[in-house]
Ligand binder design. Structure first.
Ligand code: TF8
Length: 338
């Protein structure tokens, strides 16, 4: 063996021996973190939870063990938020839209056609606006770590193709439990039915509702194509997910543990956004293969929809959201391509 190879081996060994020493020199205790989420293990959400878990293990020398619970097995978004506040569960990921019962301001993201693309969303969510909203969770017993991407939402239904707004007339459309969504779809002429995501598949299957709206990744991973024949690419709202921790639990962590958690969360965010964006194109092709009839909306029709929901913005502003909305629009203007 050459001296060079010996040296390589020796330094490699030293690194291998030193790494766990460095980890244990930190103030990190063995902990089990119950992390709940609503989609399936095979979804973009499930993949990102797995990535997060592996990152935490790597960065803590295996001490911080994140255990994912998918398919809403720990409860719906709203049930989990309350479990976090009470300290009965450590972490979760879910829609920002379902947080409005705790911090009303989160409803601002749900106003239709705000963001033109993912780049704008990333800049606003990761910038001062998004971070200020995250900070407002602390006094409610929650800690927001990062935003993940749920994505641009599209319409599906079991009745007919939707090529113009009038096609939505009378369609019973499940929406998230959030007043902005209810208001928006009632304006579009649908009958908005607020319902937890965990009850959605059954509601579609039994015909309790005719349709729903979600990103294509979810329409595929939750197998909505089995019960929904039509999809309309409307991209009416960009929907963020938010990774949350119980403040009660988080406050009991050491500074080192919190730092590891924050850093792993940021790594998971970058992984999740890239993965979800790649999956979006694939999902669309797969949904076609599964037999869904998919159509886009014409620019003229999208223009009509924008006009139709203008009063929703006025209503939101009048209900106390004026400054918030202005602040959000100013942040978007900073990053918008002319
Ligand atoms: C919805 C959301 C859900 C998410 C998920 C359960 O339609 O888009 O997909 O909240 O975390 O409810």
């Amino acid at each position: 063996m050459t001296l060079f190879r010996k040296l390589l081996l020796a330094t490699g060994l030293a690194a291998a021996i030193l790494a766990p020493v460095a980890a244990s020199a930190q103030d990190v205790k063995p902990r089990i973190i119950r992390f709940g989420y609503g989609l399936s293990e095979a979804s973009n959400q499930g993949r990102a939870v797995k990535f997060f878990s592996e990152e935490l293990a790597k960065r803590s020398g295996g001490k911080l063990k994140l255990k994912g619970f998918g398919d809403a097995s720990l409860g719906s978004d709203i049930q989990m938020q309350n479990a976090l506040i009470g300290g009965a569960q450590e972490m979760m990921v879910g829609s920002t839209a379902t947080l409005v019962g705790i911090v009303k301001d989160f409803g601002v993201y749900d106003l239709p056609f705000l963001f033109n693309d993912e780049k704008e969303a990333d800049a606003v969510l990761d910038g001062p606006f998004g971070q200020k909203l995250i900070a407002s969770l602390n006094e409610k017993g929650l800690v927001g770590l990062v935003y993940w991407e749920n994505g641009f939402r599209n319409l599906t239904n079991s009745k007919r193709p939707v090529t113009k707004i009038e096609d939505l007339n009378g369609i019973k459309l499940r929406v998230m439990q959030n007043p902005v969504y209810i208001d928006m779809f009632n304006r579009f002429g649908a009958n908005a039915v607020p319902l937890a995501f965990s009850e959605l598949f059954t509601a579609l299957e039994t015909g309790t509702v005719d349709g729903q709206e979600n990103p294509v990744t979810t329409i595929l991973s939750s197998k909505f194509y089995e019960v929904q024949g039509y999809m309309t690419i409307s991209k009416h709202v960009y929907s963020p997910w938010i990774v949350l921790a119980s403040k009660r639990w988080f406050d009991g962590l050491s500074a080192d543990e919190r730092k590891i958690l924050q850093e792993a969360a940021i790594a998971s965010r970058d992984f999740e956004r890239k993965d979800s964006r790649e999956a979006t194109t694939q999902s669309l092709a797969l949904l076609k293969e599964k037999g869904m009839k998919i159509n886009e909306l014409s620019t003229a029709e999208l223009g009509r929809m924008r006009e139709m929901v203008k009063p929703a913005f006025d209503k939101y502003a009048a209900d106390g959201g004026a400054d918030l909305l202005k602040g959000l629009q100013a942040e978007i203007a900073k990053v918008r391509q002319p």
